[in-house]
Design a binder for this molecule. Structure first.
Ligand code: NAP
Ligand code: MG
Length: 508
């Protein structure tokens, strides 16, 4: 965990901070060619932070051209992997040196609690980049099992130009998840951050140059998704595109690819993730702690948020009581106040959407047992942890991904019913299962339709384990782990006919 600062220290940094606002293209800050900008706000206060470059197709074309040239030059792509490693490690050191500024920038831009930005987002970002840097020179290719008269080399090469389109909920970390393996593998990389949260991506790009990643290899291009995201998706000279965001937009990237150059597409999408508590779950205090963290961390704006608590009737009352006690420790308010666990929702529009779901929960007959009213602080985009009991399978709050601090508690008559309810969703990203019987826990883990299942805890594994979704939660590959390299490497077979050489030798 990083050393945290006091409220006064964070305020002082926020007062002095400079907000990057231009895109980072070909090694320098660059405005949109059209000169257009859009306004960027601090969602916690409603104050304007800066005007960000609203790039368009011609800016994307230029970034892609520079990326391709850099790739062809070999300045990064053909550098010894151990040298790429050294440069990326230097990049991580620069992040560490600038960690307080980056944490505050992330908090101002997104409304996230600054302590989370410092101790979780930034720490994991650095760990992720360092992990892929270290992996760069430890990846081996393969030789196929052939007879002596041939040799089949199975080699993997960087694809060329990779695009990464990011969501707003973990701006720095999602950049690291994608640009980390893409750069370590030797590609040129273009990142399009989410419109609301572009500032830390820009600072990271600036630090990348300082670390020694050549100009032309790493770009951050800002602007609207429907313009810049689409232009990247449709670009004929981008080889792979990795997207994290909503299922709805994810589908578009498959179309963009089909209609352009059949670039590889990897999608990390939404979830309606269950925390399943079986009848034999013990240590309910610990379970309650996981349940609260799993649903409310990052204001529930988390693709793996456990927004459904599906609990066996035998342990339901006791668990809910403990959840209601634990949740009181999660104070909501000013993101720069270190004691607050929940900050602001990312925008007024998103706040309105989440409040709409809370209204629906009440109207459809669920029982509100905690929260439910917006807090009248700052910009007013603050929603405290909200818990509904007696939620049934057809209610909107049991079905839709809310992406806010709203927990739907559903009671199951048996363990089988609990697992069945858990799988009754179009999503399949993450699930948590709680049981003190290892056989039941593992049986349940196998039955749950999710890319990651955690047993007696909540989480996503760590950087060493692949992450992605089944069903409508993902497509095409995985982030994290060595598996992430698959997105950014192309497999090539080199078949060598050794018998030719034998004949030649005899002739000679
Ligand atoms: P989003 O609206 O899908 O946006 C994601 C990215 O796509 C943004 O950079 C956005 O740009 C861009 N975009 C928007 N419309 C586009 C279009 N027509 N063509 C091309 N690009 C476009 O999602 P979000 O609101 O940022 O994030 C919330 C969603 O992400 C949730 O559903 C959540 O579950 C999911 N998520 C999934 C994971 C995972 O790993 N599976 C992780 C985090 C979040 P603008 O911002 O400029 O509009
Ligand atoms: Mg912002």
């Amino acid at each position: 965990m990083s050393d945290l600062l006091t409220r006064e220290e964070y305020d002082a940094i926020a007062k002095e901070i400079s907000c990057p606002s231009n895109s980072w293209i070909n090694g320098k800050y660059t405005g949109a060619r059209s000169g257009k900008t859009y306004e960027n706000f601090n969602p916690a206060t409603g104050e304007k932070l800066c005007d960000i470059a609203a790039c368009e197709t011609e800016d994307v074309d230029y970034a892609v051209k520079k990326s391709r040239q850099a790739f062809a030059s070999g300045s990064w792509s053909r550098r010894h992997p151990s040298e790429r490693k050294e440069v990326m490690i230097k990049w991580v050191k620069l992040l560490k040196r600038n960690r307080y500024e980056l944490a505050v920038l992330e908090s101002l831009d997104s409304g996230k609690p600054v302590c989370d930005c410092a101790s979780i987002d930034l720490e994991e970002t650095m760990h992720c980049l360092a992990w892929y840097a270290e992996a760069a020179d430890k990846i081996y290719d393969k030789i196929a099992p052939t007879q002596d008269d041939a040799m089949g080399l199975i080699v993997r090469e960087p694809v060329g130009v990779a695009a990464c389109v990011l969501p707003w909920n973990f701006p720095m970390l999602m950049l690291a998840w994608k640009a980390g393996p893409a750069l370590a593998a030797g590609n040129s990389v273009i990142v399009k951050p989410a419109g609301q949260t572009s500032m830390t991506a820009l600072r990271l790009a600036e630090l990348a140059i300082e670390a020694g990643i050549p100009a032309g290899v790493f770009h951050v291009i800002t602007g609207g998704g429907a313009v810049v995201g689409k232009a990247l998706g449709e670009h004929p000279d981008i080889d792979t595109l990795s997207f994290t965001g909503s299922t709805e937009v994810g589908r578009l990237f498959l179309k963009y690819s089909a209609d352009s150059n059949l670039k590889k597409v990897t999608l990390e999408l939404g979830g309606k993730n269950p925390a399943v508590v079986l009848s034999d779950a013990e240590h309910l205090d610990a379970v309650a702690e996981h349940v609260v963290n799993a649903c409310f961390w990052n204001m529930g704006q988390n693709c793996t948020s456990n927004s459904r608590l599906i609990v066996h009737k035998d342990v339901k009352d006791e668990l809910l009581e403990k959840v209601l006690i634990k949740v009181r420790e999660w104070r909501t308010g000013d993101p720069l106040e270190p004691s607050n666990r929940l900050g602001s929702m990312v925008s007024k529009a998103h706040f309105d959407m989440v409040m709409g779901y809370i209204k629906k929960g009440k109207a459809e007959g669920a029982t509100l047992v905690h929260g439910g009213e917006a807090l009248n602080v700052g910009s007013g985009c603050f929603i405290p942890p909200t818990i509904f009991d007696n939620v049934t399978r057809e209610m909107t709050i049991a079905v839709d991904e809310i992406f806010g601090p709203v927990l739907a508690v559903m009671t199951a008559g048996s363990n089988e019913e609990a697992l069945q309810l858990a799988n009754e969703t179009c999503y399949g990203l993450q699930a948590s299962i709680f049981s003190s019987n290892v056989r039941n826990a593992l049986r349940g883990a196998k039955e749950l339709q999710a890319g990651t299942v955690t047993v007696n805890c909540y989480g996503e594994g760590d950087i060493s384990t692949p992450f992605g979704g089944m069903k409508h939660s993902g497509f095409g590959g995985r982030d994290n782990g060595l598996e992430a390299f698959d997105q950014y490497l192309e497999t090539k077979t080199i078949w060598v006919d050794l018998s030719e050489y034998e004949v030649d030798a005899e002739l000679g």
